[in-house]
Design a binder for this molecule. Structure first.
Ligand code: FDA
Length: 305
């Protein structure tokens, strides 16, 4: 119930306008979001690098509805990757196609993402297309497969969500194509027609997808904070002779930092997804929905104010 309410609130822009001007909300956001500028984002990446952790930077923003905004997002991504390269950081970014104009026109979205891919390819970097709600799954996969992957097989990858009933078929497609996949559970509220309502099924599907990707996929990203699943991945890698450079674990900025460091200490690869920018409200609400206990973090800060 609380999860549903928080996910509902994540779509209410008037609430964002209210919290954006609230210093307390900003303080809470700073735990999960690396500031509002390219400079603060790169600082966070440099700090992680010092701990042996790689990063993927995400300029927060989604569901852009006018062309100027979509072009501005692309322009900011280009400035971001230039700055990462200039600072000697690995160039790796995550993008949401709706922020680049997917809802406006496929041509605009393609023009924007291609400009980013061309520059990132020149830097030897990587662009991950985040996956949004199930309304976008097929569109995103088709766009990726037909328009981007043929020209940028080394530079671009997609995300699959174990919450969706279709995902094992998509995993097999990715294995056959040998394209790079990040597997996550899925952060969106979905109908039972397309997604498993029971979390145990989502978790079991994750493990099956993960094992197929580890065994036959191309350098999968295992995005989860679920310690039981992470331990299973490690057991599976050891049992099947899968070397630490064949896949990477991925977690979100500010979440389970203890576990991030443990994974690196044990010799596995760890990448942290680092969101930044002014549009942090929907992202933050999804993180709260995943773990309503994070509300206590806000309440705790309210008490201290
Ligand atoms: P689960 O929700 O079962 O949590 C397992 C444990 O992790 C919890 O018990 C808790 O200890 C800890 N935990 C999880 N979330 C937490 C939080 N917010 N705060 C504190 N502790 C927390 N989704 C999507 O739909 N499209 C996408 O493109 C992406 N991309 C993405 C990239 C990366 C790198 C990650 C890590 C995640 C995503 N996600 C995503 C989000 C993903 O789908 C999912 O919603 C979250 O990762 C939470 O699921 P877990 O796998 O962590 O398991």
């Amino acid at each position: 119930m609380l999860r549903k309410t928080l996910l509902y609130l994540s779509h209410q822009p008037q609430i964002f306008r209210f919290v954006r001007n609230n210093g307390l909300a900003k303080k809470f956001a700073s735990r999960f979001v690396a500031g509002e500028t390219i400079a603060t984002a790169c600082d966070a990446v440099a700090e992680l690098k010092a701990k042996g952790i790689t990063a993927s930077l995400d300029l927060l923003g989604e569901s852009v509805t006018n062309e100027a905004e979509a072009r501005e997002t692309a322009r900011q991504y280009l400035a971001l990757v230039d700055e990462m390269q200039r600072r000697g950081l690995e160039v790796n970014v995550s993008v949401k196609l709706t922020a680049l104009g997917q809802d406006i026109s496929a041509a605009l979205c393609e023009e924007n993402i291609r400009a980013i891919l061309a520059k990132v390819k020149g830097y030897g970097g990587f662009v991950r297309l985040d996956m949004e709600s199930s309304a976008y799954t097929q569109r995103t996969i088709d766009f990726f497969e037909r328009r981007l992957f043929p020209d940028y097989p080394e530079t671009v990858g997609v995300v699959l969500q174990s919450a969706l009933r279709r995902t094992l078929a998509d995993v097999d497609w990715s294995v056959q194509k040998q394209c790079r996949v990040r597997i996550c559970k899925g952060a969106y509220l979905e109908p039972a027609t397309v997604a498993f309502p029971d979390k145990r099924d989502v978790d079991a599907n994750y493990v099956e997808a993960m094992q197929r990707l580890m065994q036959k996929g191309r350098y999968p990203g295992l995005a989860t904070h679920d310690e039981r699943i992470i331990d299973e991945a490690i057991r599976f890698a050891k049992a099947n002779g899968i070397a630490p450079d064949r896949f990477e674990f991925q977690m979100l900025y500010g979440v389970r930092r203890d576990l991030q460091e443990r994974i690196v200490r044990e010799g596995w690869r760890m990448r942290v997804y680092v969101p930044f920018g002014t549009q942090w409200y929907p992202y933050l609400m999804r993180r709260l929905a995943e773990r309503p206990a994070n509300l206590a973090f806000i309440t705790g800060n309210v008490m201290k104010e």
